[in-house]
Design a protein around this ligand. Structure first.
Ligand SMILES: [Zn+2]
Length: 246
């Protein structure tokens, strides 16, 4: 099924995003989208825009200035390690994106890597390229930039963002609010990838991952996005890295 055959969702476009150009399908072209040979390639984030977004505190989606609150659109695994390669957006821009963007609203959509320029590397560290099925809007007042280093294990040197404590978090799947079970399933299915990279990293990374998993899930339960039953099932559904090695 070709994406261009799907009409954009009939949803009012937020004020600032409405100023952005549209592509041939009618989709709003986010500010971060790279122009490749005169054509917008939604799969590629413009690295210059990424730097400008952080330096000038601009919204990743509309390119206008951000206020106090900053909305990160992240997969659940990014909530576990509190990192994002993508700078934050306005809340209204992010809320529109999670309801309309085909990549974020269609959990089974596969990313087409065909024809991507060779220099399309992960901006820093390991980026999980699977579609998580659930997108979180993590609203925060702060984030910090940190450096990443090439280690030969799929990581490239660059920088990522450490996301601050949440003011609120909302979970979306298929363009609507996600259920607690959908969020849980997305975390459980992404866990082996994080466990794998912790194993490769060694040096206590497995234990650090456990700490992050427990903290993140407790946080999401505190925000009513997961239940106490989910918290009790952590070790069964996501065994410690050491147990996976045994
Ligand atoms: Zn915006």
């Amino acid at each position: 099924m070709a994406l261009h055959k799907i009409a954009p969702v009939d949803l009012p476009v937020p004020r600032r995003l409405a100023l952005r150009p549209r592509d041939a399908r009618g989709y709003v072209v986010p500010w971060f989208v790279a122009l490749v040979d005169g054509v917008y390639d939604f799969r590629i984030a413009d690295e210059v825009k990424r730097r400008r977004a952080v330096r000038e505190k601009r919204c990743w989606l509309c390119g206008e200035r951000l206020g106090i609150f900053q909305a990160f659109v992240i997969g659940p695994m990014c909530a576990v390690n509190r990192t994002s390669s993508e700078p934050p957006s306005h809340l209204d821009c992010a809320t529109y994106a999670v309801q309309v963007c085909p990549w974020l609203t269609r959990p089974h959509a596969r990313r087409r890597d065909a024809g991507l320029p060779e220099e399309t590397e992960s901006p820093g560290g390991i980026t999980i390229r699977r579609n998580p099925g659930v997108a979180l809007i993590w609203l925060t007042r702060s984030y910090q930039l940190f450096r990443t280093y090439a280690d030969g294990g799929g990581s490239v040197a660059g920088w990522l963002l450490r996301i601050g404590d949440p003011v609120s978090v909302k979970a979306y799947a298929e363009g609507r609010a996600a259920t607690a079970d959908e969020l849980w399933q997305s975390i459980v299915s992404g866990y082996p990838l994080l466990a794998d990279s912790a194993r490769q990293e060694g040096n206590g990374a497995g234990q650090a991952l456990r700490t992050h998993v427990h903290a993140a899930l407790a946080e999401l339960a505190g925000l009513q996005l997961l239940t106490g039953g989910h918290l009790r099932a952590i070790d069964a559904a996501m065994p410690p890295v050491a147990a996976l090695e045994a």
